[in-house]
Design a protein around this ligand. Structure first.
Ligand code: TYD
Length: 140
C-alpha cells in the first residue's frame, strides 16, 4: 500500500508558525467539509470504517495519535505527531484512529459533505466491496 503524507510548508517568524491549507493546492481535492475530534478518552479507537468515494486529509493539529490504514491486502500504521504533517486517505481504505494523547486534536478535511450512504461500516463488507471492485477493474 502506498502511504501518502504531506509536509506542509510552515510560515514561521518570531511570532510563531502559520500553516495554510488550500483546496487543489496542498490539499489534493475540493474541500467540502472540515471536522475535528478532541477530548478523546483514553483507550478509545475511532473510525472502523471505509468510504466508497470520499477522500480525506488528516492532520493532528495538537498532540498525537495513530492511524491504521488497511486496503484489504495490507495494513500500515502512521503516527501523526506534528501539526505540519498530513495523511492522505483515499476511498476504499479501512481506517482506525487510536492512541490519542490527552491533548490530541485530530482535524479532517474531506472532499464531500457528510453522507452516511458513502460509509462501509462492516469490515467483511469492506473486503467484499474491495474484491468486487478489483475484479471489475481487471475485467472479471
Ligand atoms: P462517527 O462516524 O461515529 O465518527 P468516527 O469517525 O469515529 O467513525 O461520527 C460521530 C457522530 O458524528 C455521528 O453521529 C455522525 C456525526 N458526524 C456528522 O454529523 N458529520 C460528520 O462530518 C461526521 C464525520 C460525523
Amino acid at each position: 500500500m502506498k502511504i501518502i503524507t504531506f509536509d506542509f510548508e510552515e510560515h514561521g517568524d518570531e511570532r510563531g508558525i502559520l500553516i495554510s491549507l488550500e483546496e487543489n493546492k496542498n490539499i489534493p481535492f475540493d474541500i467540502k467539509r472540515c471536522y475535528y475530534m478532541y477530548n478523546t478518552q483514553p483507550g478509545v479507537s475511532r473510525g472502523h470504517h471505509a468510504h466508497k468515494s470520499l477522500e480525506q486529509v488528516l492532520v493532528c493539529v495538537r498532540g498525537e495519535c495513530k492511524i491504521l490504514l488497511d486496503d484489504g491486502k495490507t495494513r500500515e500504521t502512521v503516527v501523526l505527531d506534528r501539526p505540519n504533517k498530513g495523511l492522505y486517505l483515499s476511498h476504499l481504505i479501512w481506517r482506525e484512529m487510536f492512541d490519542f494523547s490527552e491533548d490530541a486534536v485530530l482535524m479532517v478535511l474531506a472532499s464531500q459533505l457528510y453522507d452516511e450512504s458513502d460509509y462501509i461500516r462492516s469490515y467483511d463488507e469492506f473486503l467484499q466491496y474491495v474484491q468486487t471492485k478489483n475484479g471489475e477493474e481487471n475485467g472479471l
